[in-house]
Design a protein around this ligand. Structure first.
Ligand code: ACO
Length: 327
């Protein structure tokens, strides 16, 4: 029986767009390699001076509007991000400041691409136990500033943006989060990592020169485990919800690679038409990818109230998760 439900969705993407052909001028790549291997054609990139918290606050305002609520109604702000404005304090407190929210708990979740599903799961707990009534959950990334623009194996994959939902108590009509499950496996921690800039490897001039403060990824390691774990987490979340994949109206999967999504669809025995896809437009926006795709599909009427929707995401950590929601 759902304990919390999505009251409103919102999203924000920077106006500046980089096409695959623009990247051909920066690194040794091609539009055809990127689109055939990943499904990405464009990505949005933040303007100079635009901050992670600016994008997050914009998505948050939009979700609050959609829910018919204001910042004063919020009891908690949770931000999934690995690219916040500063290492300290959290991105969430800057969002709190920008929204003009009260003295409420505001904190970040570091679960990379799974950050939104992690945030949703945590918010659901706080609403279920009655500690919070309205929780703003945001996924936001400004990855363009932490990519090595000389590394073609990563810089072509990612984009910037933010997505948000406002969660509130379920009203007993069956709509809401039916199940939500999160997982991590630290054995693959070094397959997707920003090695420098933390306490393990404080930044030096040499480290900056070697882009140790930028994203490093062994793509194939992540690809294989992504297909396997996204499928298994989805089946576990469905099982917990007492549902089968065939009961789903929509799947909003993390948009990292169209080939990963296609293989997950095959394992769930679902047609690709059942998946909300926007990787072509945004690339991989990490924790923002599910709430951006969700917001687009809610606003254009694809996802309708009462429909069954599955979220699933996997990213650095590796951390992953899946949620079953009746919208
Ligand atoms: N343009 C042209 N060629 C390229 C590019 C590029 N941008 N990047 C790599 N290549 C080359 C490689 O050098 C390699 O060349 P070689 O055969 O001469 O050695 C060839 O293309 C194939 O490279 P692969 O790495 O084998 O390509 P693959 O098909 O595995 O695709 C990709 C790479 C897209 C990264 C894929 O592995 C993937 O999507 N991995 C998962 C990413 C993911 O899900 N990340 C998790 C979320 S992100 C987060 O948590 C922040």
């Amino acid at each position: 029986r759902p304990r919390s439900r999505i009251l409103g969705t919102g999203s924000y993407a920077p106006a500046r767009v980089l096409h695959n052909t623009d990247l051909e001028k920066i690194v040794d790549t091609s539009d055809s390699w990127i689109s055939e291997r990943t499904g990405i054609r464009r990505r949005h990139v933040a303007a100079e001076g635009e901050l992670t918290s600016d994008m997050a606050a914009a998505a948050g305002r939009s979700a609050l509007d959609a829910a018919g609520l204001s910042a004063a109604d919020l009891d908690m702000i949770i931000v999934g991000t690995i690219s916040g404005d500063t290492p300290m304090p959290s991105c969430a407190v800057y969002v709190q400041q920008k929204l003009g929210a009260q003295e409420i708990p505001a904190f970040d979740i570091s679960a990379a691409c799974a950050g939104f599903v992690y945030g949703l799961t945590i918010a659901d707990q706080f609403i279920a136990n009655g500690v919070a009534r309205h929780v703003l959950v945001i996924g936001v990334e400004l990855l363009s500033r932490i990519l090595n623009w000389k590394d073609r194996t990563t810089c072509v994959l990612f984009g910037d943006g933010a997505g948000a939902v406002v969660l509130g108590p379920a009203s007993g009509d069956g709509r809401g989060i039916i199940s939500t499950r999160i997982f991590s496996d630290g054995m693959l921690a070094n397959s997707l990592v920003i090695p420098g800039g933390g306490t393990a490897e404080p930044l030096t001039a040499e480290g900056i020169e070697q882009s140790r403060n930028k994203v490093h990824m062994v793509g194939q390691d992540i690809f294989k485990v992504a297909v396997k774990n996204l499928s298994s987490a989805s089946l576990i979340a469905l099982d917990t919800a007492g549902m089968a994949a065939a009961d789903l109206d929509w799947v909003v999967a993390h948009q990292a690679n169209l080939r990963i999504i296609s293989q997950v669809a095959a394992r769930l025995n679902l047609p690709l038409e059942r998946f909300v896809l926007n990787i072509e437009e945004y690339g991989n926006t990490s924790s923002a990818s599910i709430p951006i795709a969700l917001d687009e599909a809610v606003r254009d009427g694809r996802i309708k109230p009462g429909q069954n929707v599955l979220f699933c995401a996997l990213g650095a950590g590796i951390s992953w998760g899946a949620s079953v929601i009746r919208m």
